[in-house]
Ligand binder design. Structure first.
Ligand code: E4P
Length: 217
């Protein structure tokens, strides 16, 4: 499973990338707002840190304007992945952009049929929003499972990018189902390493080691 980080916070991205944990980054207009920076400058800096795909989202809702924005965003760096919304105009833009050899992440997916359309439009990634579905009292993970089945039935190459992840359990469940990628907020990504028995075990080993009075090397 690939790990993307879901943030436009350059400091967090640098730290996670230095750990060797990052395969890519996803941003969206809300995350750009939160970063406080200019979209072009922030995205350019992120692309210089991370080798993998960096999703940058168009904000137009009409095809021609989406294509113009996609062209501007594509020029930021070679590893830009254009993010388009799951609308008819977004799907049309997806088809045109991927046919031109660029990566596309189709975002705001809330149903299996939407994911089917995105795959038919040649999407590189489909982003089902697990957390936002859970918020409505429906099991978001069920959608990941349905999309996995449909894509496997027809051999679609579109990668399932589990998005709107809120918990470490979301990551585990998405991995068990076979999502190709999880885009995870920095705090949740770092929380994956945590286990009380690891902390307790390490504490005991270090205490015993101190009693030996030895040094390695
Ligand atoms: C995905 O690419 C989106 O940026 C993100 O996962 C949305 O998550 P949210 O529901 O926490 O805003």
């Amino acid at each position: 499973m690939k790990f993307f980080v879901d943030t436009a916070d350059v400091k967090e991205i640098r730290e996670l990338n230095d750990l060797g944990l990052l395969d890519g980054v996803t941003t969206n207009p809300s995350l750009i707002l939160k970063s406080g920076g200019n979209i072009t400058e922030v995205t350019k800096e992120i692309c210089s840190i991370v080798e993998g795909p960096v999703s940058a989202e168009v904000v137009a809702t009409e095809y021609n304007e989406m294509m113009r924005e996609a062209d501007v965003l594509s020029k930021i760096a070679d590893n830009i992945c254009i993010k388009v919304p799951l609308t008819l105009d977004g799907l049309k833009a997806c088809k045109a952009i991927t046919s031109g050899g660029r990566l596309v992440n189709v975002t705001l997916c809330f149903s299996a049929n939407q994911a089917l359309l995105a795959a038919k439009a040649g999407a590189t990634f489909i982003s089902p929003f697990i957390g936002r579905i859970d918020d409505m009292g429906v099991d978001g993970m069920e959608l990941i499972s349905e999309i996995r089945t449909i894509y496997d039935n027809y051999g679609f190459n579109t990668e399932i990018l589990a998005a709107s992840i809120r918990t470490v359990n979301h990551v585990k469940q998405a991995a068990l189902i076979g999502a190709d990628v999880a885009t995870v907020p920095p705090t949740t990504l770092k929380a994956l390493v945590k286990h009380p028995l690891t902390d307790k075990g390490l504490e005991a080993f270090l205490a015993d080691w101190a009693k030996t009075g030895q040094k390695i090397g």
